[in-house]
Write a protein that binds this ligand. Structure first.
Ligand code: SF4
Ligand code: SF4
Length: 219
């Protein structure tokens, strides 16, 4: 029996994941050849970080807990719906998650080149994808990026050293700043560009999650 969008969403929500977009891939999309519908999955807020940090993957002290958690949880979803789990952290070949985000109609290139999502803003992250053989009825995506009505565009000026701009991401400049300014909010609350976005502000991500990822990035 073909599962409904609602059934997949409910099952994902039970693990504090949400459907961050879905589409019917064509041959050019880099999805598995037999994929009729591809679902992108990201943290459902509020509560994702508390849910994750209570998991065995986080508490067992073994490296890469987020990726191991994602493998288990998205893998269980794939088994439940007779599909295939795909991840942004396995490769080569690497799966084109950013392209899939754009294809879903719920994520777009922002003025600072990062992807901006309709509900997670610049805090968008994909924990995995679910490829199902069936073509499942999908809700219509929002249609236009939030940047079109964001008059102030605070992402453009939020980085204290302009490491994230329309010119792209100057990773060495970012690391230099983080090293020289250890009490920066970037390390305790997350990248100031990502958190400045008004859509990010509506997405109740725990600052502890951002601090964790920043520590992984700058270690
Ligand atoms: S701050 Fe505004 S312009 Fe920048 S990514 Fe967010 S919505 Fe788009
Ligand atoms: S983490 Fe801080 S320094 Fe790095 S790009 Fe973001 S705002 Fe700039």
């Amino acid at each position: 029996m073909t599962p409904s969008y609602g059934a997949i969403k409910a099952r994902a929500r039970a693990e504090h994941l949400d459907i961050f977009g879905a589409f019917h891939p064509t041959a050019d999309d880099g999805a598995p050849a037999d994929c009729g519908t591809l679902f992108l999955l990201g943290p459902h807020e509020p509560g994702f970080w508390a849910h994750f940090t209570a998991s065995a993957e986080y508490t067992d002290g073994t490296p890469n807990p987020v990726d191991r958690w994602s493998r288990r949880v998205v893998g269980e979803l794939a088994t439940a719906f007779n599909g295939t789990a795909l991840f942004p952290f396995t490769g080569p070949p690497w799966h084109p998650f950013l392209r899939w985000g754009a294809r879903s109609g719920r994520a777009w290139a922002s003025p600072v080149e990062l992807l901006v999502h309709d509900t997670a803003g610049l805090l968008v992250s994909y924990r995995g994808a679910l490829a199902l053989r069936d073509q499942i009825d999908l809700p219509s995506p929002p249609g236009s990026p939030p940047c079109n009505t964001c008059t102030d565009q605070p992402c453009r000026a939020a980085c204290p050293v302009n490491a994230l701009s329309s010119q792209g991401y100057d990773v060495p400049a970012c690391h230099d700043y983080l090293t020289q300014t250890p009490d920066t909010p970037c390390l305790s609350h997350g990248c100031q560009v990502r958190t400045a976005c008004p859509v990010s502000k509506t997405y109740a991500r725990d600052p502890a999650q951002s601090a964790y990822h920043m520590k992984q990035f700058h270690s």
